[in-house]
Design a protein around this ligand. Structure first.
Ligand code: SF4
Ligand code: SF4
Length: 71
């Protein structure tokens, strides 16, 4: 199994902290759509580069991100 970064879109409030903190700069707010609360939810744009450090998950004030390491 590969690394996975799952964002609970309905919990995310689009604060951008995960994007700010990701060392690989692969977390972004999806500006093309809105979640049920009217926010642009975060999304991992390049899982292949993700090192599963979980910094995004740790910094998220709403615990909206679940990171699973490969294997
Ligand atoms: S686990 Fe680390 S590398 Fe992967 S998206 Fe989150 S902060 Fe970035
Ligand atoms: S830190 Fe959490 S709430 Fe903020 S944009 Fe990222 S996933 Fe959404």
């Amino acid at each position: 199994m590969k690394n996975s970064v799952i964002v609970d879109e309905e919990v995310c409030k689009g604060c951008g902290l995960c994007a700010f903190t990701c060392p690989k700069k692969i977390m972004e707010l999806d500006r093309s759509r809105l979640n049920g609360k009217g926010y642009h939810a975060a999304v991992c744009t390049d899982l292949g580069q993700c090192i599963a450090c979980a910094m995004c998950a740790v910094i998220c004030p709403d615990s909206a991100i679940t990171v699973t390491k490969e294997g």
